[in-house]
Ligand binder design. Structure first.
Ligand code: NAP
Length: 303
């Protein structure tokens, strides 16, 4: 039986990729820095992240790769090892990496690292597919503390238009590309079904938890201070995030794509559905199938 290797398997998307491969009956090997607490489905072989672990790449048909590192340095040996051991890689890029733009000309460091990894993969001899998703719906959980504490979400760039995507829709596409033919050399731009400002996203979450919520606009500097004081928010990420928002705000509003529907046969999931699944994470009602931490077993359709 083919084995599929999933990097970042405890992350927003990787966990869904593992689940979907498992549901499809595939053999799954997954990486985690803390295998003992990864909480992945029974039968998944969890290895400590390093791919130098003996046997880590044996028998791997295809790998799902994402890039959590703050440098592209570790990519070369990793991709060389993959190219020797396996046939296909599906890479989830990020950071606003622009297609067809050289790494050094990308708009920010995160985009540069991701574009570097894309380039290494494209030149590796592997069959590759790049997934370029829009903003994850899970990012709205950054507001969960404020929503638990009151009815107002404070932040900057409230009128910024996004096309938020459900992480499980990304996973559904990833599994198609990992397991099926016809995706080699393709770069898919994935979005959710709707264009929503940040303020509109807050309203949708309010509807899901049965409590009207409103947005209060902060200046960039106020937001930077708020994020820096938030223990749940990574210290070094506030400027990257706000720079990213500033770039997005200066660009034309993002376009929606039909890639999720085209590739999985099911429409992209609206934020209202994601928010209902994760209501408990915002202090809303716990749904019967939820685990209380915002994770639920979703439909097993697409992918
Ligand atoms: N958030 C967005 O809106 C968005 C949009 C487009 C693209 N992206 C891209 O998506 C990727 C993140 O995906 P995700 O949200 O699914 O992942 P995530 O939830 O941030 O999880 C990352 C996983 O990587 C593993 N990991 C291994 N080494 C790590 C390290 N040095 N630092 C941090 N984590 C490490 C961790 O697993 P263990 O702890 O088990 O080792 C963790 O579960 C990034 O490349 C980002 O640029 C994000």
């Amino acid at each position: 039986m083919s084995t599929y290797l999933v990097f970042g398997a405890t992350g927003n998307v990787g966990r869904r990729v593992v689940e979907r491969l498992t549901w499809a009956g595939a053999a799954v090997r997954a990486t985690s820095r803390t295998p003992e607490s990864a909480g992945l489905p029974a039968g998944v072989e969890v290895i400590a992240s390093g791919l130098t672990a003996p046997g880590a790449l044996d028998g791997v048909e295809a790998a799902f790769l994402m890039w959590p590192f703050h440098s592209a340095e570790p990519a070369r040996p990793l991709i060389d090892a993959l190219a020797r051991a396996t046939r296909r890689v599906v890479f989830m890029t990020g950071g606003g990496a622009l297609p067809g733009v050289a790494p050094q000309d990308q708009p920010n460091p995160v985009a540069r690292w991701h574009a570097t990894v894309e380039r290494l993969i494209e030149r590796s001899g592997l069959e590759w597919t790049v997934l370029s998703p829009s903003t994850f719906m899970a990012n709205t959980l950054w507001w969960s503390g404020q929503i638990r504490a009151g009815d107002t979400v404070r932040g900057a760039y409230g009128s910024l238009v996004m096309t938020p995507i459900h992480e499980d829709d990304i996973a559904a596409v990833a599994v198609r590309a990992l397991t099926g033919p016809g995706h080699a050399g393709r770069r898919y731009t994935l979005t959710g079904p709707d264009r929503l400002t940040q303020a509109e996203q807050v309203r949708v979450i309010g509807e899901a938890i049965g409590r009207p919520l409103r947005w209060r606009e902060l200046t960039r500097e106020e937001e930077r201070e708020r994020l820096s004081a938030d223990p749940a928010f990574p210290d070094d990420f506030a400027d990257d995030l706000l720079d990213g928002y500033a770039t997005m705000a200066a660009a034309p509003p993002p376009a929606l794509t039909s890639s999720v529907r085209d590739l999985t046969g099911a429409p992209a999931t609206p934020l209202s559905v994601w928010a209902a699944e994760h209501a408990a994470g915002f202090g809303g009602p716990v749904r019967a199938e939820g685990d209380g931490a915002g994770r639920v077993r979703r439909r097993r359709t697409a992918g």
